[in-house]
Design a binder for this molecule. Sequence first.
Ligand code: SAH
Length: 628
Amino acid sequence: MTTSLLQDFQPIAAIATTSIGANQLQPLLQTRSATLWVPASLTGIAGAQVYTGSLSDHLQTLWISHRSFVFCLATGAVVRLIAPLLQHKATDPAVVVVDESGQFVISLCGGHQAGADQLTRILAATMEATPVLTGATNRAHLLGIDVLGVPFGWVKGEGNWTAVSAAIARGEAVQVKQTAGSDLWCQGLPPEHPLIWGEEQLGKAQVWIGAKRPIADSQTPLVQWHPRVLWVGVGCERGTPKIVIEQAVQTVFQQQDLVEAAIAGFATIDLKADEVGLIELCQERNLPLRCFSAADLRTVTVPTPSLIVAAEVGTPSVAEAAAILASQSSFQIRHTPSPHPALQVAKQIVRVEGQPGAVTIAVAEATQEYTGRSGRLWLVGTGPGQLDQMTAAAKAAISQADVVIGYSLYVDLIAALLRPGQIIETLPITQERQRAERAIALAQWGLSVAVVSSGDCGIYGMAGLVMEQLQALGWDGKTPSVQVFPGITALQAAASRVGTPLMHDFCAISLSDLLTPWDMIEKRLTAAAQADFVVALYNPKSQTRTEQIAIAQRIFQQYRDATTPVAIVRAAYRLDEQIILTTLAEFLHHPIDMLTTVLIGNQSTRTYANWMITPRGYLGFDRQESLD
Ligand code: SAH
């Protein structure tokens, strides 16, 4: 299991009362993703923490400080244990149960908001167990309205979530009014969703997505999501207390019908970077403070410039200009250029009676929300074809990602791993570079993005392109974070279908001269042939590129016998798999295309009863060393 996949669920408490149970939970422990608790009576469990007294007392002490619980206990026992501790689904932790035989992972409580369904999917993928998800949205592949905005850092607002979720589960028309934030979530909608868009009052329930307070009609249940699009520009006298800035924001937001949950952050001039009240406010609300120099602020055209301010700090506007600049600096992820950010509220000067200081507030609305999340790029190899040839970690990464990007054929092959609400982006095979750029832009914005390639992602796959592109962008190596998930590459898959052709030194050569000059390819073919490497030829032949494989054959014939075994493996581990065992002299008489890997044996490779065998050594069987 890979630690970064579980980051969103930490701290995790794992609890077992038997040694078999503790064993089942080992994967969590090995990656140091969780603390494993066992009773004092259970001795000798490596890495486990011991609790004394009753489990229910112990649980009470862990409950508040942990985001997730994974029990290896009977569900009945878990239900009784957690019953007195449960309060509300908005605040309760995720509770997941694993059975002692490791066959099932059950999302028991906190499926949506606490992420128990998601944690269940990851654990099940890792343990190769069946995930048990009983929420209505899982069964019907419905939309989880209460988790919709999570990937984009939207803040959940007020509303009757139970009523609106119930309306969706019943399939009743639910009206969406979105005035701010990304519409990317629409791409994750299941095919038959009950949502309708439009101004008139049509739906039985409503979903508001925006930064303004809704005009409520009390008859219709309504829920609100607030994308963080509002940047609050602040200018203030030195030493203005936090409470004054806070009240000024409150006053202005109320006047303008804006919702404070939609605040992305605060912005000001760099002279104010140490303004205590402002810093305290940002820290308390966990919001960023963006500071700009007078020189940068001067470049912005604002509605209310002031000569007095210009004389004092060197720019005619602090609040308005800073709000506008802050709202521009998000990453651009839309396909079409978006309009310039608008100043929602021109500067307002607010004083609070009985308090020192004065505050100037202006609010600009960004076209793209601030997610407040740090993005992750998972470069995932999906193996040659069937799902059972993919690593458990790769499966877990795919099911966890907010976005999955890949060539449509490979995305189809992994369709069973995708979950409702996930954003799937497929691009034609020719647009690899665009795919890499898109993945990086989405990760820079804060999403977890899985980029999938068949085989191994880092062998003639997308991972390399993404890394090159990151480097070109001046990436610091950390943000967005990158993790590569290896997969079974074509040469291993092909070899496994014909025996053990790769038992001695081998190499891979791609015959595609799209990105590599043909001279270089020819040089490598010659060197490999001379050095007696077993060779796997990737991209051997396309409809238009037919010459290269014939040249490769001629090169190998100079150094190897005509009878050298050659395997032609097409679509290994897929439904249309074809395998041909032939020889160096004969192999061009058989069909070869872009779904084929050609394996050429070395001087010692032989065929035996339709298997291809490369001996481990060149010295015969009497001098055999350890084979591992
Ligand atoms: N990243 C992939 C390779 C991509 S290059 C990997 O690691 O396997 C594409 C080439 O890989 C194809 O032209 C073919 O030569 C080979 N290939 C990919 N999948 C294959 C499969 N299932 N069977 C045989 N060859 C395959």
